[in-house]
Design a protein around this ligand. Structure first.
Ligand SMILES: [Zn+2]
Ligand SMILES: [Zn+2]
Length: 179
């Protein structure tokens, strides 16, 4: 990968990272033990630029390790990895902001705040859907996209609202929850 044109390599690194992130994120929703960690991210009830930072420290460590491992093994150049980290950092904040981004047909390709907000919706219709972080087409490909015509969902949070409030209580939550 190190010898590739910068832009080709940048596309590939985002694709590889997003494929790993898609299946990791899906596992966080579908494996009950992992959901204990990920429920903390979903406990946020008002979406803003800080919402993406609400994550259990163990989820952060597991996900970043799994995403970075293939990137290192594939041998992307330092410049491409640096650019990728800037994109990931920016989009993790931006896609939780309430900024309306309507991309026309490109919304089937790229994740926008509108797309990720549906992932945080607090009801059955949007439960366990829209997992991609950058490439929305992965959700269309794997059948997990929410196809609503509305720009935004109405309520955010965990269905049943059982995650405790407070930093230390949320840190403890995965280990004490009897769900
Ligand atoms: Zn999630
Ligand atoms: Zn999120």
């Amino acid at each position: 990968m190190a010898g590739l044109n910068f832009w080709v390599a940048l596309f590939l690194i985002v694709l590889v990272a997003d494929l790993v992130q898609y299946f990791t994120h899906r596992a966080y929703h579908e494996v009950p033990l992992l959901w204990r960690l990920h429920a903390v991210h979903h406990s946020v009830k008002s979406m803003d630029w800080m919402a993406g930072s609400r994550q259990h420290i163990l989820e952060l460590l597991i996900t970043r390790t799994l995403v970075l491992a293939p990137i290192y093994v594939l041998g992307f150049s330092k410049e491409v990895i640096d650019a990728h980290i800037i994109i990931v950092g920016f989009l993790a904040v931006f896609n939780h902001c309430k900024v309306n981004v309507r991309l026309g047909p490109l919304r089937y390709v790229i994740v926008t705040p509108n797309f990720h907000h549906w992932h945080h919706r607090q009801d059955q219709e949007a439960l366990d859907k829209t997992y991609a972080a950058h490439f929305a087409f992965l959700d269309y490909l794997f059948g997990t996209a929410v196809k609503s015509q509305r720009a935004w969902p109405s309520d955010y949070g965990v269905l049943g609202d059982y995650v405790s409030d407070g930093f230390f209580r949320q840190l403890k939550f995965p280990f004490v929850w009897k769900g």
